[in-house]
Each structure stands twice: as C-alpha cells, then as structure tokens.
Design a protein around this ligand. Structure first.
Ligand code: SN0
Length: 321
C-alpha cells in the first residue's frame, strides 16, 4: 500500500523512492491507462516565475489523467500579492495571499505552484514562506513546481532517467557546480542531492569553496573540490550552477575552468551528461557535450511528464479516490 499523499514538496513526501520510479516507468509504458482517474477534477498551475518544461510536462501529465487545467502567470497576469500577515495594505500590493490562495482553492482540486527564492533573506527562503502560505490558505493538495529550496518533480524525473540508463547496480553519480554570471537558486542542486539519499549509488558533489549546500540536503555526499578528480569513472555527471548558501545568494566564483568540456567528460566512464535545462550553451557547457550521444537532457525533459503524472495519480487516488 502506498502511503496517502496530500502534498508533494520533497522526497520526504514519498514513502519508497524505488517504488515510485517503477510506477512512473509503468505509466510511461501505458500513459493513457488512467485517463478517467482525473475526470472533472481541476489542476491549477500557478507560476510566480518563468517555465517551459514544467508547465508543458505537467499539463500533459494532467491531460493523460483526464484532468482540466487552469494556469496563471501571477507576475504578468495577476494582482500584486502581499505576503505579510497583518500588513497595512495602503500602498503597493493589491491583494493578500490569504484571499488569492483561498480563491484558487474555490476553482481547483489540486494546486501546483512555482515560487523561486528571492535570494535576499536566507531564512525567508529556507522557511518556504510563500509555498507554506499557499498550502495554509488554500487547504488543497499542493505540488511544488520548484519552490525556494527544492525542485522535486525535476529530481524524480532525474532518478527515473538514471534508472533507465544505468549499466551497473550502484552507479557513481557526480553533481558538479558550473559557472554562471547570475545568482541562481540552490533548489535544483539541493533537491538532486536529497533524492540521491534514496537510491543505491555512490554520490559525489564537486564545487568551488564557499558553495556547500545546506547539510540537510547534502547528507553524507562526498565533497571533492577538484572537479577532474570527481569526474573520474563517473557513470552520470549532473551539472548545475547555484549561488552560495553560506554567503547567501552571492556569486563567489566565475572561474571558467569549471565549465563542462568534452575533455572533462572523457574522464567519466560513460560520458553521460545531465542538466535540468535551461542551460547557457558554451558559457556553462560546451556544445560538444550537449550535442554528444551521452547527453541525457532531452530524456530528462521527457521524463518530466511521468514524474508529474505519477504524483498527480497518487494524489488523485489518495485524496479523491
Ligand atoms: C532556474 C534555477 O533554479 O536555476 C530553473 C531551473 C529549472 N534556472 C534559471 O533561473 C536559469 C536562468 C538563467 O538565466 O540561466
């Protein structure tokens, strides 16, 4: 029996990761098998930030379960939202999150939300202030489409992709930092590291000094500061930039020698390269790597459909079955 799921916010909301991977692969083999499960149920997609894969794959997953979909880009189309309880709204923000989340709840059976961190106040971001207010004031099941600290649907798609492509029982998986000129969230890296704790693998993280992830997510990953050494004999290299957690939200290193090249990938066992996308070609990763046979980026994007579909299926069954 699968434990009932209401919210899907992190790996902690899944009782058995290998089982959910297998269930997702079963859906991939027969995507329309449950096409009536979500009939007359509505999924609301709420975006505070841009999206390509997340929006389309989640919509497709919901369609394959027979659901209706409502989507809003809050920053472009919505009223400006006040997040602070007790605020005197005599200027600036138009509508309070209490009403906005309550209104979503009137129209939707499941709410999925993307709310990136502001990268200004570590405590505000790491308490998942925005996500938790939506959960509290909507009362509906909530799925994270990348919150301030985690991106669980991406990580689930990543572990599905690893399961499909691994050649050994316990692969060596390397999470590598790569340069970016902008401050990006830690969410994808935190989340990938968190999910690695639930699959059989040797997990290594390589990053410049000053880029340690929050220890709760890094777990007991081996940290190697020499990127070439970390890549040796890897079965999978997962690349992501993130801004510093310790010096919160700062870009401490722009060293181009951290860029992912074909030469570096040749140190690995398989040349298997992973990235959640979007990716800055040639700044962060060379064309030769993204265009190589070992690049799994489109397979990862494909599996976003089944990571969303298995999560929606489980929530529909446990909340509305
Ligand atoms: C987001 C991130 O969390 O890093 C979303 C990844 C799925 N990525 C970006 O914001 C990239 C922005 C850029 O300018 O390259």
């Amino acid at each position: 029996m699968v434990k009932p799921v209401k919210n899907f916010l992190s790996a902690l909301d899944v009782d058995n990761v290998p089982d959910i991977i297998q269930e997702a692969l079963t859906l991939k083999a027969d995507p329309w098998r449950y096409e009536n499960l979500g009939r007359r149920r509505t999924l609301g997609l709420i975006f505070f930030n841009p999206s390509l894969r997340t929006r389309l794959s989640t919509q497709k997953a919901a369609q394959q379960l027979g659901m209706n979909i409502l989507t809003i880009n809050v920053q472009q189309d919505g009223w400006t939202l006040e997040m602070e309880d007790g605020a005197m709204m005599n200027a600036g923000k138009t509508e309070h999150i209490k009403e906005a989340a309550g209104v979503f709840a009137q129209y939707c059976d499941i709410i999925a939300v993307r709310c990136f961190p502001e990268l200004l106040d570590r405590q505000y971001d790491y308490q998942e202030t925005v996500l938790n207010k939506i959960i509290k004031y909507s009362g509906k099941p909530v799925i994270s489409l990348e919150s301030a600290t985690l991106h669980p649907l991406q990580s689930l798609a990543d572990v599905i992709t690893i399961e499909e492509h691994k050649k050994v029982k316990k692969p060596k998986i390397v999470l590598s930092w790569a340069p970016h000129f902008k401050a990006l969230p830690q969410a994808v890296a935190n989340s990938f590291a968190q999910w690695m704790q639930y699959i059989d693998c040797e997990f290594v993280i390589t990053h410049p000094k000053g880029y340690n992830l929050h220890p709760v997510f890094a777990g007991n990953a081996k940290i190697i500061h020499d990127q070439n050494q970390a890549f040796e004999d890897a079965d999978f290299v997962y690349v992501k930039n993130w801004s510093s957690y310790e010096n919160y939200g700062q870009v401490l290193c722009e060293d181009p020698s951290w860029r992912i090249t074909a030469e570096k990938m040749a140190l690995t066992k398989t040349g298997n390269f992973m990235h959640c996308l979007p990716v800055r070609r040639n700044f962060k990763v060379e064309d030769a790597v993204l265009d190589s046979a070992g690049s799994l980026v489109l397979q990862q994007a494909h599996n976003r459909v089944y990571s969303a579909q298995v999560v929606l299926k489980r929530i529909l069954e446990s909340q509305y079955g």
